[in-house]
Ligand binder design. Structure first.
Ligand SMILES: Nc1nc2c(ncn2[C@@H]2O[C@H](COP(=O)(O)OP(=O)(O)OP(=O)(O)O)[C@@H](O)[C@H]2O)c(=O)[nH]1
Ligand SMILES: [Mg+2]
Length: 497
């Protein structure tokens, strides 16, 4: 099913290339889209200035490579993709691409622009041999709504171009609070031609979550309640598939925790409770503290920069509670930072339907081209496009999910919730759709899917079900049939992630 959609998109691109073969610009662009279908999913990290985008990107990759907090380079769209050896290529707006020297300070890349101004750079392309990048290409974007309109404009032009499909297949959108400008951005990302299909492909992150409770030990719990509230907000709900709180700084440092950090954190943990709480009252106090002996001011400042007060507090509690080795501590900090839940959502929402998301971008590109450079003899392409958009089950699922999240359907509330789950609203893997454990065997999955199938057939045939709802039921039924077929071994493409 998925393979057929992807193959259909590839075939449509080929046919369109044939029709536009005398237009080198269109042909070049289409070739790019054909290549994209075979590449990893492109996920952009976007959000307001200093929302913590580059830090979170490092946490996801599991290495501190992207520069954070530095001037010029945060204004350039930077791609991080998998490659056998590290390599940085600068693509100027005018002129030929060139390699940049590989310079790192404290592990982070320093982009030596060599006299070139950031505004003259179209993008930087970093190839990096990181396993995380094998599954997805990550794109760091300049902060939007920045003081510099140019910087904002660059991100918008890149993610929501007027006359082309977006460069990204999906977006992780960071926000510290929910502002009207955040919603406006997400709306424009959804309303680009790419999204004409009426689907949602954004995940919202409540970023710098440790700061929500001023670094108190329960900060992540408070952030979790806020994220839950945002997740129910009708405005955000129709624009984002999920809202996840993440303390990115802690996540980044946990994934790159060094033995020296562990030793310094252990020294703090060894202090008696009163002394510890007193020194951790504020960042300033911690920096100026004379305890623990043996930890210099420079070392305390470094700890603060890497972990924040929240991270130091949490690590001390964990060490005192038995996490007495660096590796288990690092894992626990990553889990508690919210990174693991975010990776899980990325996996369920993006990776598990990466082929559908890529196909969707390709179809948008063709739709765009047909509208912006119409020519005779392309009616068959328009028809093929429409067929794919209407009939590919993955698209119908995504469209219906968007409907359920926006206007809703005339279904009893508990059935609407169930439909959302069966359509993959909480994740596209079969066990998630069915609400079972990840370890459930194929027989159990198939039996459960048959039970849902019977129920939804009943709903669809009920005289109480109106026409739009009955059409939606048919999509849900098709999703259940997909799970049954897959679990009975009749499905060529396993659906589970
Ligand atoms: N306390 C805390 N600080 C964070 C967190 N994430 C990032 N920061 C800090 O916030 C500052 C900005 O972080 P960046 O990752 O550079 O933010 P950005 O969104 O990439 O910034 P621009 O690209 O300049 O828009 C840095 O000083 C980070 O250390 C977080 O989760 N908690
Ligand atoms: Mg940045």
């Amino acid at each position: 099913m998925t393979a057929a959609t992807l193959a259909g998109a590839a075939e449509l691109i080929r046919d369109t290339m044939e029709a536009y073969r005398d237009d080198p610009e269109a042909a070049g662009m289409l070739q790019g889209y054909a290549r994209r279908l075979a590449e990893p999913l492109r996920i952009a990290v976007a959000g307001m200035v200093k929302a913590g985008k580059s830090t979170l990107l490092n946490a996801i990759i599991g290495e501190e490579i992207a520069p954070t907090d530095t001037g010029e380079c945060t204004r350039i769209v930077t791609w991080y993709r998998h490659g056998p050896t590290p390599r940085i290529t600068l693509h100027p707006i005018d002129g030929v691409p060139r390699n940049l020297p590989l310079k790192r300070v404290d592990g982070r890349l320093v982009f030596v622009l060599d006299g070139m101004r950031a505004e003259d750079v179209e993008r930087l392309d970093v190839e990096w041999p990181s396993p995380a990048l094998q599954a997805m290409t990550l794109i760091d974007t300049p902060g939007i709504a920045s003081l510099s309109r140019d910087v904002s404009a660059r991100t918008l032009a890149f993610l929501t171009p007027e006359d082309a499909a977006s460069e990204a297949d999906a977006v992780i959108y960071l926000m510290r609070h929910m502002h009207a400008s955040d919603l406006r951005f997400l709306e424009s990302f959804r309303d680009t031609r790419t999204a004409r299909s009426g689907t949602v492909n954004a995940i919202a992150v409540l970023s710098r979550a440790d700061e929500v409770g001023a670094g108190r030990i329960d900060s992540l719990i408070s952030a979790g309640s806020i994220a839950e509230r945002y997740g129910r907000d009708p405005n955000l709900r129709k624009l984002a598939l999920a809202v996840v709180p993440v303390a990115g700084l802690l996540a980044q440092s946990a994934r790159t925790l060094r033995q020296a950090d562990f030793e310094a954190l252990s020294m703090v943990a060894a202090l008696d409770r009163t002394a510890r709480e007193r020194m951790l009252l504020s960042a300033d106090r911690f920096r100026r503290s004379t305890e623990p002996e043996g930890l210099t001011e420079a070392a305390r400042t470094a700890l603060l920069e890497r972990y924040g007060l929240f991270g130091i507090r949490l690590a001390s509690v964990l060490i005192r509670n038995g996490f007495t080795d660096a590796t288990p501590l690092a894992h626990e900090l990553a889990r508690r930072s919210g990174l693991d839940p975010l990776l899980d959502v990325l996996d369920r929402q993006f990776q598990a339907r990466s082929e559908a998301l890529k196909a969707r971008t390709a179809l948008a590109a063709v739709e765009n081209l047909l509208a912006s450079r119409p020519r005779e003899g392309t009616e068959h392409l328009a028809a093929a496009l429409e067929r794919l958009q209407a009939n590919a089950h993955e698209f119908r699922e995504l469209q219906l999910l968007a409907v359920l999240r926006t206007t809703g359907l005339d279904l009893p509330p508990e059935l609407a919730v169930e439909a959302e789950r069966l359509l993959g609203g909480s994740g596209a893997a079969s066990w998630v759709r069915l609400g079972l454990d990840s370890g459930s065997g194929p027989e159990m999955l198939a039996a459960e899917a048959r039970r849902y199938l019977a129920r939804w057939r009943g709903v669809s045939e009920s005289p109480l079900t109106g026409r739009p709802a009955a059409e939606a039921c048919r999509v849900v039924i098709r999703s259940c049939e997909g799970v049954v077929a897959e679990c009975s071994g009749r499905h060529p493409q396993p659906r589970s992630a």
